[in-house]
Each structure stands twice: as structure tokens, then as C-alpha cells.
Design a protein around this ligand. Structure first.
Ligand SMILES: Cc1cc2nc3c(=O)[nH]c(=O)nc-3n(C[C@H](O)[C@H](O)[C@H](O)COP(=O)(O)OP(=O)(O)OC[C@H]3O[C@@H](n4cnc5c(N)ncnc54)[C@H](O)[C@@H]3O)c2cc1C
Length: 382
């Protein structure tokens, strides 16, 4: 006999686990999460764990604000320490264009109650004495921003979802959908069929491939991003904020007793290559030492590659997919999905159980916007 479920979620990264938890918290507990690998092993595992309120669009600011309330209270809510280090995000700006854009962004953020402030060179040096500021025109700093352990957070949500009755099956890929007269009827996992009227694709960088199983085209492309971590190193205080040289996308923040850092390669084509590119590592280290010369004394302990899940406007696809009733997506976060996990889970659960997301108006991120040419460009992407 086929298993039946009220909903099947594909993917157990931060999004799948959050959607599952918030659905169950709203009373929809007969939910199955299919994960081809293990909980939090996809993009979520490779993330820098950054959590910030500093975005350029209202929807992203709101998603981050709602999520931040959860991150700040995670231990009380879920009984798990996610190592949230609220040391702020410091953006360094080196061109007049960036200054204009960030001043405008800061206005929008402040209108929404984000405690972001403009910082000059002197304050930048106070916040992070390691950085070279001679070419810096200014920056922004928000003390409520920070970073956390992505695995602990996702595992915490998964455990809470299981506690409410959700079934999370690891090493179980979704292999197909049963769609009849434009309606979702079931999800296949190998030989097994799970009958369901609702499926939610939370497949991170693999979203396009999973969408193809349902005959829909979801514009999410995987882009390799490399991260590196230094050996324990105390030449820079462990209290400095997440520091980002916006022009190059170079970032670093304290991690364990060392530092985690990375930089986007603008020439990287999309693809699923997960090897570490030594040449790019060398360029990243060079840029890091130029910005913060104390890193010349640091040694790299390890490096890894993961995938940003990028859409044409750097914002996610959230909600029902046209053409298949009962098929939804929450994917394509373009490098800022971990931090928005809680709010997205709440919104998708509201959409499913109430017909409308009320916590945050996510209509700007409707998946059909690309077909209609209504892009919602996010400008503050790292
Ligand atoms: C280097 C790097 C740094 C980052 N830094 C940050 C940061 O500082 N802050 C931030 O907020 N975000 C950051 N991100 C982005 C963040 O990691 C993602 O936006 C977020 O983790 C996406 O979560 P997800 O659940 O959508 O995807 P994933 O975590 O990838 O989860 C999707 C899951 O779906 C599973 N899956 C795929 N196909 C199938 C199938 N057919 N059947 C079953 N399961 C399937 C996968 O195995 C995977 O576990 C970073 C990403 C990278 C790569």
C-alpha cells in the first residue's frame, strides 16, 4: 500500500527542515521530508553562517528581521546552542557608486528599524584594527548581525520537526512526481510512491534538476564558492565583526580560534565542480593579506567548495509553481538562504495552511516573476 502524506518536502537543508517544522507547528504533522544525502549536508553545510539585516529590498530586510528574532532566541525555542556570535557585519566601500548605493540601502534599512550606521575610517579601524583603510571611502555597520553554526541550527529544526511527528528520511532521493490533470498526486522515491496533494521543492542548488522531474523550469543555477579557514591565530582580535570588502566580495570573520574567509570569483561559470581551485585560493589569500596584512602570519588549515543557488535577480523563488497545482518551491537564495531559513519556513507554512503568507509579504518573490519579466533585484549580494 502506498504511504500517504499531507505534504512531501524535497531536501533537508535549512529550508526543508524549517518548512517541515513550521508546517508541523501549525498542525500539519503528516509530513515526509526526502533527503538524498543527510540533514544539512548541501549548501547549508558549506555556508559561512552569516546572518545580517543589511539588505537592499524590503522583503529581504523583513525576512531577515523575522529570522533574527528566532536566531537570537534559538536556545530557548529549540534547546540548541547555535553559537550565534552577534559581532556585527562591517561593509567596506571603496568606490563612490558603492557609497551611494549603501547610503540609500541604509536609509531603507533604518526605515524598517535596522540599527545600521554609517562608519568613517576612524570608526572602521576601531571596529576592526586589522584592516587597511587608506582606500576605503566609508562603510556601514550593524551590530545585530553576526554568524552561527549552520549544522546545529538545521539539526535543531529537524529534531523539533521530528518531535512533532514529521518523518525525515535520509539517503532517500526523490526520483519523480505523479501529476494528474495538472495536480500533484504523489512523489516517487525509487520504487516507493508517497501519495500527496502537496510537494515543496527545497533542493538548494539541485532545484532545477528536481523541477525538471515535474516538467517545470526553475531558474536556479549552481555557482561554486570556496571558503578557507586558518589555523588558530591571534594576531587579529576574535571580537572583530564579519568584515566584507564589498567591491571584491572578500570577507572574513573569526571562527573557532582562527578565521574563516572567502571571495567570489566573478568569472566562475555555473556548474557542479566541488574541487578547490588552488589558483583562486592564492588570489583570495593575496586579497586578504592586502586588506588585512596581519593575515600574512596565518596558515590555512583547510578549504572547501560549495554552491550558491543563484537566480536571475539574486532572490529566491517562494511559493506555488504555475502549471502544477500543489507544487511549491522555496529555493534559489543566491548565497543568503541560511539566515532567512526561519522566516521562509513560517511563510511557506502559512501559504500552505492559510493560503497567504502573513508574517512577511513574499509576493515579490513569486516564482512566476521571471516569466512575467518582473525581477526583484537584490543589490547587496556577497
Ligand atoms: C561558500 C558558501 C557560503 C555561504 N554563506 C552564507 C552565509 O554566510 N549566510 C547565508 O545565509 N547563506 C550563505 N550561503 C548560502 C546558503 O548556504 C544557502 O542559501 C542555504 O543553505 C540554502 O539552503 P537550502 O536548504 O535551500 O539548500 P541545501 O542546504 O543545499 O539543501 C537542499 C537539500 O536538497 C537535497 N536534495 C537535492 N536533490 C534532492 C532529491 N532529488 N531528493 C532529495 N533531496 C535532494 C540536497 O542533498 C540538500 O541536502 C553560503 C553558501 C555557500 C556555498
Amino acid at each position: 500500500m502506498a504511504r500517504t502524506a499531507e505534504a512531501v518536502i524535497i531536501g533537508a537543508g535549512i529550508m526543508g527542515c524549517s518548512v517541515a517544522y513550521y508546517l508541523a507547528a501549525r498542525g500539519m504533522t503528516n509530513v515526509v521530508v526526502l533527503e538524498r544525502d543527510a540533514i544539512a549536508r548541501g549548501a547549508t553545510a558549506d555556508a559561512a553562517g552569516g546572518i545580517r539585516l543589511q539588505f537592499s529590498t524590503e522583503t529581504n530586510i523583513r525576512l531577515s528581521q523575522v529570522s533574527l528574532e528566532v536566531w537570537e532566541h534559538f536556545p530557548e525555542l529549540f534547546g540548541v546552542d547555535i553559537g550565534f556570535r552577534q559581532q556585527g557585519y562591517l561593509f567596506l566601500l571603496t568606490t563612490e557608486d558603492e557609497v551611494r548605493t549603501f547610503r540609500a540601502n541604509a536609509e531603507v534599512q533604518r526605515r524598517h528599524g535596522v540599527p545600521v550606521r554609517w562608519v568613517d575610517r576612524d570608526e572602521i579601524r576601531e571596529l576592526n584594527p586589522a584592516v587597511r583603510v587608506d582606500d576605503v571611502l566609508g562603510g556601514t555597520f550593524c551590530p545585530r548581525d553576526g554568524w552561527a553554526d549552520t549544522y546545529a541550527a538545521t539539526a535543531g529544526l529537524a529534531r523539533a520537526a521530528r518531535g512533532l511527528g514529521v518523518e525525515i528520511r535520509e539517503e532517500t532521493p526523490a526520483t519523480g512526481f505523479v501529476i494528474d490533470a495538472g495536480r500533484m498526486r504523489g512523489v516517487r522515491a525509487g520504487d516507493e510512491l508517497i501519495e500527496t496533494p502537496l510537494a515543496v521543492i527545497c533542493a538548494g542548488p539541485q532545484t532545477r534538476e528536481v523541477g525538471q522531474l515535474a516538467g517545470v523550469d526553475l531558474p536556479v543555477l549552481p555557482y561554486r564558492r570556496m571558503s578557507f579557514i586558518t589555523e588558530p591565530f591571534d594576531a587579529i582580535p576574535p571580537t572583530v565583526p564579519m568584515t566584507i570588502e564589498f567591491h571584491s566580495g572578500l570577507y572574513f570573520h573569526p571562527e573557532s580560534h582562527g578565521f574563516l574567509f572567502g571571495m567570489a570569483n566573478p568569472d566562475e561559470p555555473p556548474g557542479f565542480n566541488k574541487t578547490v581551485d588552488d589558483e583562486w585560493m592564492a588570489r583570495t589569500v593575496e586579497a586578504l593579506c592586502e586588506r588585512a596584512p596581519a593575515f600574512e602570519q596565518a596558515r590555512i588549515m583547510r578549504g572547501w567548495a560549495g554552491f550558491y543557488e543563484v537566480t536571475p535577480d539574486d532572490n529566491p523563488l517562494l511559493g506555488p509553481i504555475d502549471g502544477v497545482e500543489g507544487l511549491l518551491v522555496a529555493a534559489g537564495f543566491s548565497g543568503h538562504g541560511f539566515m532567512q531559513g526561519p522566516a521562509v519556513g513560517m511563510c511557506i507554512a502559512e501559504l500552505i495552511t492559510e493560503g497567504r503568507a502573513t508574517t512577511v509579504d513574499i509576493s515579490a518573490f513569486t516564482p512566476s516573476r521571471f516569466r512575467d519579466g518582473r525581477l526583484a533585484q537584490e543589490h547587496n549580494v556577497i
